[in-house]
Ligand binder design. Structure first.
Ligand code: 6GP
Length: 834
């Protein structure tokens, strides 16, 4: 049981006397000190890059002091720790976030002002930490933020990729990928920890211990050292500072001096290159599994170092290993960290000498698993021969896990061979494959989906047999959430001011239920005007951003219609751009007088396609080709503009999301597990146009269906439509046919480039049901337009929506995980230094 700290308060050191002072003079001294001692600059010889770096290092000093305090405190009281294991953390920038958390933003703005710089420009010098693809990686970042802010003793574990998410350039309308060299300039937000490193083995062979059934010695010459880098996670308005521990390979010891002396320079560094490559790149796949050997080794390096670190920390407590589940909870962010389960078993059996049943009990009580997708192409599977070669011990352990599991199934359902085949962790294909989702499920005490509909779907599909065998209670829902710190307070200062004014203070940032009172303001004309003006200001800011990134001029007075997310067929950016083509066609049919009466609209896209996802890349090309024609059509002018903002990132999202009037979340029903940007858009006063899918459904339930524009078929209808379309040609309605015709008449350049996109609908079975949903999609757009013309009612919708969004704070999500999965409690660090 985690101890409550209160009664021991007096025993702990009071740090208030050692807190680095927060007055202007001390802050200025520390910035100047870092300029000189860290960057060899004087105040008369700096640029905004150094203004940023020196201030960031000075903020970091303050954070690290609290980092130490937090960890020492948690150690002393023996708090139960939560470990969030994720191959992705899409952190974005940290400087502004840290300033707000420490409540030192004004102080640093003044100090920078004194040396001739604007804080905003310094903030703009920071590069995003883009160690993730999309929703899954950003969720991990929001969750560590919430753990820190809600005082949970939580750490993230991940990999420190040298190259993060690729940089997207748009050349001739096509996506071109360039490496993201984010570590080129000093990174103030990480601390190298050469003292914290663990050996990680690959390949080799096993020697069985004749005395013990389940004990082996794993011998191998291929051993790499994984070294820790710590990234502090500022807790807003609390002493607690969380941590993300990222692993990288140490290479110094792999230099072969003998080869070098013999003149074999390449050979001398070969081992270093092999080690380095393990943590060089983030795989840029979102919702797909590549099955590459390098990826498997990456996953294992991560899991092995993390398990060794967690066990080492636990063992310092001196408690018996059977108490590990009382002191540590490990959450698997999808299947990518699943090797943690057999690795924990290996350490407990081979290194600690535990018996199988003891080790298995400890493991399953410690691990829990979150599933983030139902797309079949994302299901991780590893060929048995590959696993056996790279990780022979783990393959053996997985076989045993499966054997004991299947024996228990056989006992409960004797003679059901079909059940055994379908539920087995090993798929009987050629070659055999390890189903990682099944392994994660067998090795965890709880499995959750990320929105109500998604958690239901996984119980009816991939985990159907497991529900039968292991009981329904193991399978629960934890609807996603987003951090109000980054996704309102930081990215939308003007709206945040208004909320603060109504709430009375800024406490809503850590307790989103307080924004409910906004509801009382819907009849306050003056307030509504200021609400509208805040949105307009954000749109002005985005218009500038669009101009500087694309050269396209848009008017903030138009309706901003936004779809930003990874480019994927199931997310249906194609349907959006076909809708734009149809709109363009209609506008061209009108007289000038008629056009003048039309609502002006800017359609904004952003998002990356996986480098190897050809269809998604063609969609980007189509969007850019349509944009080029529409934007240069003088007849159309400002009535319609189409923009593709390149290189979507967390930072770009912070400009885009607060500026949307309407945002599109239009996945085929049943395919988007949750979505999290939908929550961010509504929290920033935008309205959703969406399908009845993922968290859209729960958002609708919370804010009221009058506040959301739903369209399209329902999840339970999808299978029938798909079945029909496998055998019948789709029948596009006139609008969709018109859009196809326009493309095929070369309106947007050579039509044959785009023919495969049309064929996917017309000949490929229309898997994502564009032909089915298009008519209601167009109708929904009309409804949006009519509503936007009623400005007062629109503002009412916007304010009401925001006021009812408390559920979608990641603080709520984390509290549910803590109570229902982790059995962990908040442990606010005492000895106040604030
Ligand atoms: C994503 C889901 O597609 C998205 O709907 C959800 O909001 C997000 O996870 C966070 O839960 N899944 C992935 O990005 C992914 O790669 C394996 O899943």
């Amino acid at each position: 049981q985690p101890k409550t700290p209160s009664k021991e308060d007096g025993e702990f050191r009071d740090y208030s006397h050692s807190e680095i002072a927060r007055d202007a003079a001390t802050i200025k001294n520390s910035v100047v000190m870092h300029l000189a001692a860290t960057f060899l600059r004087t105040p008369s010889n700096i640029d905004s890059a150094h203004a940023y770096l020196a201030s960031a290092f000075s903020v970091r000093d303050r954070l690290l002091q609290r980092w130490n305090l937090t960890n020492e405190y948690h150690d002393k009281i023996g708090a139960k720790r939560v470990y969030y294991m994720s191959l992705e953390f899409l952190i974005g920038r940290t400087f502004d976030n840290a300033l707000l958390a420490l409540q030192l933003r004004d102080e640093y703005a003044n100090v920078l002002g004194d040396v001739g710089f604007r804080l905003e420009d310094a903030i703009d010098e920071e590069r995003d930490a883009a160690l993730g693809n999309g929703g899954l990686g950003r969720l991990a970042a929001c969750y560590v933020d919430s753990m820190a802010c809600s005082n949970y003793p939580g750490w993230g574990y991940g990999l420190r990729y040298k190259y993060g998410m690729f940089q997207q350039q748009i050349i001739n309308g096509y996506q071109v990928e360039a490496p993201d060299c984010w570590l080129d300039s000093p990174n103030p937000w990480e601390l190298p920890r050469p003292d914290i490193a663990y050996p990680v083995k690959f390949y080799g062979h096993l020697v069985r211990d004749p005395e013990h059934e389940h004990r082996y010695k794993w011998e191998s010459d291929v051993v790499y050292d994984a070294m820790a880098f710590d990234v502090p996670v500022p807790g807003y308005g609390t002493n607690n500072v969380g941590n993300i521990r990222l692993w990288s390979c140490k290479t110094n010891t792999l230099f072969d001096l003998n080869k070098f002396n013999a003149g074999d320079y390449q050979g001398a560094t070969g081992g270093q290159v092999a080690a380095q490559i393990l943590t060089d790149v983030l795989y840029p796949n979102d919702n797909t599994n590549e099955g590459k050997e390098l990826r498997l080794r990456q996953e294992y390096l991560f899991c092995s170092a993390t398990m060794q670190d967690i066990l080492a920390r636990f063992k310092k407590s001196g408690k018996p290993l059977s108490e590990l589940p009382d002191m540590a909870a490990i959450q698997l962010n999808d299947t990518h960290p699943t090797l943690g389960i057999p690795e924990m078993m290996r350490l407990l059996l081979d290194e600690e000498g535990l018996k199988w049943d003891e080790a298995w009990d400890i493991t399953t009580r410690t691990f829990a698993f979150t599933n983030h997708t139902v797309l079949p192409e994302a299901m991780e599977k590893w060929p048995v021969p590959m696993l056996d070669k790279i990780l022979p011990r783990h393959m053996g352990i997985i076989y045993d896990i499966n054997l004991y599991f299947l024996q228990s199934v056989e006992k409960k359902f004797p003679g059901d061979r079909e059940l055994l085949r379908s539920i087995s962790v090993i798929e009987e294909s050629n070659p055999q494959q390890v189903r990682m989702a099944y392994l994660a499920c067998v090795g965890s005490h709880k499995v959750n989906g990320v929105a109500a509909i998604h958690s239901d779907i996984i119980k009816q599909t991939i985990f159907k047999d497991f529900v039968r065998v292991q009981g329904a209670d193991k399978f629960i829902n934890k609807t996603n959430g987003v951090s109000p710190r980054r996704w309102v307070n930081e990215c939308n200062p003007d709206m945040s001011e208004l909320i603060t004014e109504v709430v009375g203070d800024r406490s809503w940032v850590n307790d989103l239920s307080k924004i409910k009172v906004l509801e009382e303001k819907v009849d306050d004309k003056d307030f509504c005007k200021r609400w509208w003006d805040a949105k307009q200001k954000n749109k002005g800011r985005l218009a500038e951003y669009i101009l500087s990134t694309t050269g396209i001029k848009v008017s903030p007075n138009a309706l901003f219609d936004v779809q930003v997310k990874r480019i994927h067929e199931y997310k249906r950016q194609l349907m959006n751009i076909l809708g734009v083509v149809y709109r363009y066609h209609r506008l061209k049919q009108m007289t000038q007088e008629e056009r003048d009466k039309e609502l002006h609209r800017v359609v904004i896209f952003a998002g990356k396609a996986a480098a190897g996802y050809w269809v998604a890349k063609q969609v980007i090309k189509l969007i850019n080709s349509v944009a080029e024609v529409v934007n240069s059509d003088e007849e159309i002018g400002d009535v319609l503009k189409v923009v593709f903002i390149p290189d979507y990132s967390v930072t770009a999202a912070e400009y885009i999301i607060p500026a949307s009037d309407i945002s599109q979340h239009i996945s085929t029903a049943g395919t988007e597990a949750s979505g999290t940007s939908n929550m961010k858009f509504v929290l920033n006063g935008g309205i959703i146009l969406g399908t009845v899918d993922g968290a859209n459904i729960e958002i609708g339930e919370e804010i009221g269906e009058e506040q959301i524009f739903f369209f399209g078929c329902l999840a339970h209808e999808v299978e029938d439509f798909r079945h029909y379309l496998r055998f019948h040609q789709p029948k596009p309605d006139t609008a969709l046919q018109t859009a196809f015709d326009m493309i095929q008449r070369n309106t947007f350049g050579d039509a044959h480039i785009f023919q495969p996109l049309i064929d996917a609908v017309m000949r490929g079975g229309d898997v994502y049901l564009l032909s089915v949903d298009f008519p209601s999609y167009i109708e929904a757009h009309k409804a949006v337009e009519a509503a936007y013309r009623q400005r007062d009612e629109w503002v009412t919708k916007s304010i009401l929506s925001v006021s009812r969004m408390a559920k979608f704070s990641s603080d709520r999500a984390i509290q549910e995980y803590a109570e229902e999965i982790w059995n962990a409690e908040p442990v606010p660090v005492r000895g106040s230094i604030i």
